[in-house]
Write a protein of this length. Structure first.
Ligand SMILES: Cc1cc2nc3c(=O)[nH]c(=O)nc-3n(C[C@H](O)[C@H](O)[C@H](O)COP(=O)(O)OP(=O)(O)OC[C@H]3O[C@@H](n4cnc5c(N)ncnc54)[C@H](O)[C@@H]3O)c2cc1C
Ligand code: SF4
Ligand code: SF4
Lengths: 151, 465
């Protein structure tokens, strides 16, 4: 549909107050969504980190800031990140972006919303186009966020 | 089963993880000449600049090795290899038998034979030891010459500049980051250097390091005859695979240790990974050393898996890099500059908008993306790397690549040019990843490995390895 509610939901979830109105009134707040809706004509899709099994970004991280957690989530420890951008060029989905917050640049990506059971983007999607789905890989639990288009 | 791993850096860490995924009983012994756990080598310049504290330098702590039952022999180096006896010789003549051996001994900085280069005040910059040596000099160094404008040279120059040292960069070629940048993008870098007040000399080389009566450095003389006064010199003209300890062992060495797609050398049960190897370059279609962190990780992981009886193949790699200094930021991958003489084989598209600070360049060959350079706004640079991995046909959206690159652009154009869900277009989409598909399509692909390059390796007619 291209309503981009997932982007709004993501930006709000990752704001300080997690309330859309309060968030927009927060002074230094620059909305930043980890998911990006790509649109053209009738087709649109919401692109976000796929939490790969063998993540390119983790391999590329020169500071050890990106890690695969035991539950399969690929997360970034911002305090360790030196903003070199290696992960940004390495992720073949373009799912990591540099984010400037309080004057400091750090890499930022989808964290599957640690504070909620179902990621905000998935919960916000009116078409149920975004699904949250954990698939079992060989011996490893793979968490993966899936989402689809059309219409 | 005893796994012996020489070297203790990123390739080693990846290999340990991969071995332990398959074999939790075998003994793992790591040989580490440096008396510390694996650390983030690229961060030493950040540390010198004061941006990263020393506790952040380590990549893995002691607990990583303990949890995986790994024994580390600190302060021991590999000095020789006796493959017929299946053992390695360590510092002090000690011998150690192995069932599987991984050589991950990295690279050593190349020191060109310049007059007066030997002696105090001249340092390479590739390890914590080098960094500490430079740190100790900082109080007496007012001016420093950095030889080489590659990635390490530029990052070191930036760090020294931030510590209040007057830096002059001398580079033999006519460009900053000569391997990565072309003339136009190098001009952007030069501008950033000028703005920061850093001197640079391009197209010239240091022929002598001049010393005073006490042997201390007082300056360098260039080929052009110019003299630059300085108290210290950083030599950063590149690194060479560390093959010296392997000489005479019968192992195949060209520039680096030659490995096959299992990361195995010509010797039985001997594997190699990281900066020491010469492995397959996906874009060049030949073996050559590519000394970068992500490749070292990937190779270590594959070597480790195969050492423990796995069947993982290295489909090849290509340089992927992101580096920033003095407000200049560049992301690049693959073949980013085309050498003169072979221009006809490639199509180069450049989009430059000085005002908005945009510079994007892509190199297309045979309708596949071969490489790119993006300056400043590197936000979606990863998508380009994805296109290189996937070897997707980009003929329909070549211009969009540099003007306004976004995935939907790519999809729309190819969806219009080709039957939307026909088999052919599906295959192309699939190389871009099954994530683009509705659920019903997805199930066809979930059985496949999730890494794009592995998926594309199936298509042997496209990727011949
Ligand atoms: C200053 C600097 C900045 C860099 N920045 C980047 C960057 O931004 N992005 C990027 O992709 N790459 C960067 N690199 C390159 C990256 O650090 C290397 O590609 C990577 O560290 C290679 O890892 P490795 O496992 O092959 O071994 P190395 O990290 O080279 O380590 C080699 C290991 O072998 C050990 N060893 C040496 N000799 C012996 C011996 N005889 N016996 C046993 N052990 C031995 C050493 O002690 C060390 O533990 C940078 C490098 C430097 C120096
Ligand atoms: S950021 Fe990219 S490479 Fe990393 S896990 Fe997510 S999709 Fe994979
Ligand atoms: S930008 Fe941060 S997270 Fe990404 S590779 Fe660099 S240090 Fe790691």
């Amino acid at each position: 549909m291209g309503c981009r509610l997932c982007e709004v939901a993501c930006a709000v979830e990752h704001s300080k107050t997690k309330d859309p109105v309060a968030a927009f009134l927060e002074e230094d707040w620059e909305p930043f969504s980890h998911t990006v809706v790509e649109m053209i004509g009738p087709v649109s899709f919401s692109l976000s980190c796929r939490h790969c099994d063998e993540p390119y970004c983790v391999e590329a991280c020169i500071s050890g800031a990106l890690r695969v957690e035991d539950d399969g989530r690929v997360v970034i420890y911002e305090e360790v990140c030196v903003a070199c951008g290696m992960c940004v060029v390495s992720c073949p989905w373009g799912a990591i972006k540099p984010r400037k917050r309080d004057g400091v640049v750090k890499a930022a990506k989808c964290d599957l919303c640690p504070d909620r059971e179902v990621p905000a983007c998935v919960a916000a999607c009116p078409n149920r186009a975004l699904n949250f789905d954990t698939a079992l890989g060989p011996g490893l639990e793979k968490v993966e966020e899936e989402e689809i288009i059309e219409g | 089963m005893r796994y012996v791993i020489a070297g203790n850096s990123v390739a080693t860490v990846a290999a340990i993880e991969a071995i332990r995924k398959r074999d939790d009983k075998g003994e793992i012994v790591v040989i580490s000449p440096e008396p510390r756990t694996a650390y983030c080598r690229p961060l030493i310049t950040y540390h010198l600049a004061g941006q990263v504290s020393s506790d952040r330098l380590s990549y893995k702590q002691e607990s990583f090795y303990e949890a995986r039952g790994v024994r580390v022999l600190y302060n021991k180096a590999l000095e020789g290899l006796e493959p017929e006896k299946g053992r390695v010789v360590l510092t002090g003549g000690e011998k150690l038998e192995y069932d599987r051996l991984l050589l991950a001994i990295g690279a050593t900085p190349f020191i060109p034979p310049i007059e007066g280069v030997k002696g105090p005040g001249v340092h390479p910059f590739t390890s914590i030891d080098h960094m500490e040596a430079v740190e100790a000099h900082l109080k007496d160094w007012k001016e420093v010459v950095v030889v080489g404008a590659g990635m390490i040279g530029m990052k070191t120059a930036e760090a020294l500049h931030m510590r209040g040292v007057k830096v002059t960069i001398v580079e033999l070629l006519e460009k900053i980051l000569p391997i990565v940048l072309d003339d136009a993008s190098s001009a952007w870098a030069q501008e950033a250097l000028e703005k920061a007040g850093v001197d640079y000399v391009l197209g010239d080389s240091v022929v002598a390091v001049e010393r005073d009566g006490r042997g201390d450095v007082k300056g360098v003389t260039l080929k052009s005859g110019a003299f630059i006064p300085c108290q210290g010199v950083i030599v950063a003209v590149g690194v060479r695979p560390n093959v010296a300890p392997l000489e005479g062992s019968g192992i195949d060495i060209n520039k680096g240790v030659l490995v096959d797609d299992r990361m195995e050398t010509n010797l039985e049960n001997v594997f190699a990974a990281g900066d020491v190897v010469e492995a397959y370059d996906l874009i060049l279609g030949a073996k050559r050393p590519i000394q970068l962190w992500p490749l070292a990780y990937r190779q270590g992981l594959i070597a480790g898996a195969n050492m423990a009886g796995g069947k993982k193949r290295y489909v090849g790699g290509f340089p992927i890099n992101s580096v920033g200094f003095f407000d200049f930021k560049v992301a690049s991958a693959g073949l980013s500059t085309v050498e003169p003489g072979v221009e006809e084989s490639f199509e180069v598209k450049v989009f430059e908008d000085k005002e908005r600070g945009i510079y994007r360049k892509v190199v297309v060959g045979n309708n596949r993306l071969m490489g790119f350079i993006i300056l400043n706004d590197i936000c979606r640079a990863g998508v380009y790397s994805g296109l290189i991995w996937s070897r997707m046909d980009v003929s329909l959206f070549k211009d969009a690549l540099v003007e306004d690159m976004s995935m939907p652009e790519a999809c729309r154009l190819s969806a219009h040019g080709l039957e939307p869900w026909s088999f052919e277009s599906m295959r192309d989409f699939r190389r871009m990843g099954w994530s683009l598909f509705p659920r019903s399509y997805r199930k066809h692909f979930t059985a496949m490995p999730s890494r794009i390059e592995e998926v594309c390796a199936f298509e042997s007619e496209v990727c011949t390895i």
